[in-house]
Write a protein that binds this ligand. Structure first.
Ligand SMILES: Nc1ncnc2c1ncn2[C@@H]1O[C@H](COP(=O)(O)OP(=O)(O)O)[C@@H](O)[C@H]1O
Ligand SMILES: [Mg+2]
Length: 138
């Protein structure tokens, strides 16, 4: 298991945790298409915890048959998850958009790349995202 803090407002460290995950998966010899999918999930989940959740924690656990990525924050929560899942939906500020983020494609991309996705969220309490990538049996 690998775990990294995502520091609020630290845009200089953007993508740092997901980049470390990617290196670990490569080192473990995970097939490259799975590494790519896991990296997309980790990066988008990290971005959301940073931009929308005010920072949090990104964790990856590799099992024999699957890997799990968990992003947890104690931010504002997501009022309407099915709306948030729609392509192009974003509440990112103009400031964030000027940095090149906030296209509203993060959650749809996570969903596309994960074999299963669970989002637990509570207003003013925070959000926990759990994405699983299953290793195809050899
Ligand atoms: N961890 C989170 N905490 C609060 N809101 C979130 C979180 N993750 C996503 N959201 C909400 O869901 C919307 C869509 O997320 P996403 O598809 O990643 O697009 P983007 O990050 O580009 O806005 C965000 O704009 C935000 O309103
Ligand atoms: Mg996003």
């Amino acid at each position: 298991m690998e775990e990294y803090a995502i520091l609020a407002g630290d845009f200089s460290a953007i993508g740092e945790a997901s980049t470390k995950f990617k290196a670990t998966l490569k080192m473990l010899g995970i097939p490259s298409d799975l590494v790519r999918r896991a990296s997309v999930i980790a990066y988008e989940a990290e971005m959301n915890a940073l931009i929308h959740g005010g920072g949090g924690v990104l964790r990856m656990t590799v099992y024999d048959d699957r890997l799990e990525i968990v992003a947890r924050d104690e931010g504002p929560g997501i009022p309407d998850v099915s709306l948030a899942m729609q392509e192009g939906y974003s509440t990112a500020t103009d400031e964030i958009r000027e940095l090149g983020f906030g296209a509203g494609m993060g959650l749809p991309n996570i969903d596309r790349n994960a074999d299963s996705l669970l989002i637990e969220t509570e207003i003013d309490k925070g959000t926990t995202l759990l994405a699983t990538v299953i290793f195809p049996s050899p």
